[in-house]
Design a protein around this ligand. Structure first.
Ligand SMILES: [Zn+2]
Length: 325
């Protein structure tokens, strides 16, 4: 009689442990915590404090000189000078480049890409950005596909130089690849375009596309995250310090609560997560720019949206901008 409950208990523990495991990029992970702490979730470049400060000064100077700045009133529709203002939404042309080792190894079908686009558009609907597929290119190149296995550290300048659609900073190139090492996705920042236009865009592991595999990021939200970087957003925990300004770290966004470290998982216990208790607000666990499981991410804040539109106007819009250097 004593043995039966013990066996049942062991079975339950084993079961829940098995369920939590998943394989991504050829590596087995024990949990969401495991994958976040592996450093593989996002490979977008971490700026040094000096870079962050300098780039921000340059950006603020650029948009403050624009004849019509996108300001808070234009987002909210509040009248400026008696005239109701409403910011125009942007629809961004997207070129998908799927890097395949063979014609048969499609990684993601056109239907999965369409599904990912739907997720992307849903994520950006309130931000007044939408995305439109112009073309899906399937690159059949086993040698090139093998180089991607090295991940972010090697960068993909060859792939991008060969296949980037460079008709302007306003076009989004998304590279769908099979990454066996390194991060599962990364993006270039808007400012980077004028220095390396051929390398502009987002690289994503195909296993993070919606419905491809079962893992914490299987709803397609990590592409929303990477496009957030492509539109000029940082992580809320950027710099690993409790601050929102460029001097002390943080994401430079006034309405994302400060946080020290990325979130992992998606559970009710996260509601009380507060890694910067001396600053108002709990950690932004539902923000697309955090690392929470896809189940948990569902929002950009007002000032993130404002920043994305200002970044767009300064660095990506079709009209030329006047930055020097
Ligand atoms: Zn990121």
């Amino acid at each position: 009689m004593m043995i039966v409950p013990v066996v049942v208990l062991l079975a339950l523990v084993q079961c829940s442990s098995t369920l939590a495991k998943f394989t991504l990029g050829g590596q087995e992970f024990e949990s969401s915590e495991d994958i976040v702490k592996s450093g593989r979730v996002c490979g977008t470049k971490q700026l040094t404090q000096e870079e962050l400060t300098r780039y921000e000064e340059e950006f603020v100077d650029a948009y403050s000189k624009q004849e019509v700045d996108i300001d808070e009133r234009m987002l909210s529709g509040i009248p400026i000078g008696g005239v109701p203002q409403r910011m125009n939404p942007h629809t961004i042309d997207v070129y998908w480049h799927v890097l395949q080792s063979s014609a048969e190894n499609v990684l993601v079908s056109d239907e999965v890409i369409a599904s990912q686009l739907t997720v992307l558009n849903a994520g950006y609907a309130s931000a007044l950005f939408q995305f439109n597929t112009i073309a899906i290119e399937r690159i059949i190149d086993a040698d090139l596909a093998a180089t991607i296995a090295y991940g972010y550290e090697a960068d993909q300048s060859i792939m991008k130089t060969l296949h980037n659609v460079d008709i302007g900073a306003y076009v989004l190139n998304i590279y769908v690849v099979n990454i066996q090492g390194g991060a599962f996705g990364w993006a270039t920042y808007p400012r980077d375009y004028r220095f390396k236009p051929n390398e502009d865009g987002v690289v994503m592991h195909y296993e993070l596309f919606p419905g491809v595999l079962e893992n914490p990021y299987d709803l397609g939200h990590m592409l929303i995250h990477q496009v957030g970087h492509w539109l000029g957003l940082y992580h809320p925990f950027e710099g690993g310090k409790c601050s929102r300004n460029a001097v002390g770290g943080g994401d430079l966004i006034p309405d994302t609560p400060a946080s020290m470290e990325p979130t992992f998982g998606c559970s009710e216990s996260l509601l009380s997560k507060d890694t910067c208790p001396l600053i108002d607000g709990k950690d932004p666990i539902n923000n697309y720019m955090d690392f929470s499981d896809d189940d948990c991410t569902n929002q950009f804040t007002f000032y993130q949206i404002l920043r994305m539109h200002r970044q767009w106007n300064v660095f990506r819009d079709k009209k030329p901008f006047k930055l020097v250097g």
